[in-house]
Design a protein around this ligand. Sequence first.
Ligand code: CA
Length: 223
Amino acid sequence: MKILIVEDEKKVASFIKRGLEDDGYQVTVSHDGADGLKRALNGDFNLIILDNMLPKKDGVTVARELRESGNQVPVLMLTAKDTTEDIVSGLDAGSDDYLTKPFAFAELQARVRALIRRGEQDRGAEIRFADLRMDPVNHKVWRGQTEIVLTAKEYTLLAFMVRNANTVLSRANIADNVWEYPFETFTNIIDVYINYLRKKVDGKFPTKLIHTVRGQGYILKEG
Ligand code: CA
């Protein structure tokens, strides 16, 4: 995973670089907007961390020109001010998320992971678990060689479970992430969808992947 940091404050840049390198990322640093844009366009990065206040070209302009050129790399914007205006102009220009300085490194790590994951999904990297394969571009699903036809919502639910495999997922957690808002009264709808998935994904296969954890929720695991 390759990350480009465009940040003119050398102390901040090297602090972020060291931390992300410890997490196993390959990190490149650029200290001005014009150079950063050039590197972003020429390198195959998984994420750009882009400061807004930069010499030669500001972050908003860099983000806009990157998008205008058709480049869809995820961009995390760093802003010194958290005025709505600054944030909105960054997001309008094409950045995917923002972080206000000063920030805790753990917060940066969480944003980086989320953006890289989202970028991978958009790039169409296949999602796999056991003999289950999911193609995020065409929303197709297979177990081994057998194609499984799912509705859009079933697909979203299964993808969420696969990304969180071997973890117990409460109904509230599933509602938050799959239905995208908390919906406590929605729990029986989740049970209904889980049953649909069970029939389709596990039905005729000897190895069951979807399991109920009594009183807690559901888990995707082998056997
Ligand atoms: Ca700066």
